[in-house]
Design a protein around this ligand. Structure first.
Ligand code: APR
Ligand code: ZN
Length: 238
């Protein structure tokens, strides 16, 4: 189990040009969650759902990791097993910053991947539209029941078990760029010995009094100070 867990959300990728969800200009201000991110929408509203993820996938092609992704990638590659990087994000900016895919946990899926609902094969289609790879048919079994590899509301999120395991005996929880509306962070912060919160502004779903240190600022402005706290804990082995 890691000594330090970093849990991130859409805010860590905002300065790389990717939309968050619940801010005034966020995705959920432009699209209805029920239409394109809720269990069953691939049956009731398949075309618009596929189009939504195709658009986000193709937009990802020219996005670059920002200073925060790079600092955390450096720390992850230096302190491998003692530092867990767990993200709610489906973008690949941590991977572009140098974290090996196996060393990163995506709680809600990955935008560049698709999944066959007939044979459960999961494969990477890069920044292509789903229909542009093998005519939208599964590369393994030929089925046309291929979907974005994204966890929608109301669907199983198997990687939550990994998060639960990783926080079991960590001594520092770092929460960056999430409103806490989906993955609740209050209980974690309340019970974990030390905790740091970084958002742009207070969130109604997060009780920041549970955190030892709170930074309401852009993550790229504060990540170096946060990294110092992480490294201090990892070096001390505390
Ligand atoms: N630096 C730090 N924090 C930032 C920045 C920034 N530059 N920009 C935005 N933030 C913070 C905001 O203050 C906000 O608290 O990022 C948070 C974004 O919150 P949401 O838009 O709710 O995104 P997130 O918490 O990741 O959503 C969780 O909801 O819809 C689902 O599956 C989706 O994974 C997503 C989940
Ligand atoms: Zn298949």
């Amino acid at each position: 189990m890691a000594k330090v867990v970093v849990l991130s959300g859409a805010g860590i990728s905002a300065e790389s040009g990717l939309s968050t969800f619940r801010e005034s200009d966020g995705l959920w201000a432009q699209y209805s969650v029920d239409d394109i991110c809720t269990a069953g929408c691939l049956i009731s509203n398949r075309e618009q759902t596929i189009e939504f993820y195709d658009k986000r996938r193709t937009e990802l092609s020219d996005k670059e990791p920002n200073h925060a992704h790079k600092v955390l990638a450096h720390l992850k590659n230096r302190y491998k097993d003692d530092l867990a990087i767990i993200t709610q994000n489906v973008d690949n900016l941590f991977e572009k910053a140098g974290i090996e895919p196996d060393n990163l946990v995506h709680l809600h899926g990955e935008l560049t991947k698709v999944e066959c609902e007939s044979c459960n094969h999961i494969y990477d289609i890069g920044y292509n539209k789903l229909s542009e790879v093998n005519g939208g048919k599964c590369v393994a079994c030929g089925s046309d029941q291929v979907r974005p590899y994204i966890v929608m509301f109301g669907e199983m999120a198997p990687q939550y078990e990994t998060l639960d395991k990783e926080i079991q005996d960590c001594s520092l929880l770092v929460v960056i760029g999430t409103s806490g509306m989906v993955v609740g962070v209050n209980t974690m912060a309340h019970f974990i010995e030390h905790s740091i919160l970084n958002n742009l502004a207070p969130s109604e779903a997060i009780n920041d009094s549970y955190f030892d240190k709170v930074f309401y600022d852009k993550v790229t402005n504060v990540i170096d100070e946060i990294a110092y706290e992480i490294e201090d804990r990892l070096i001390e082995g505390r």
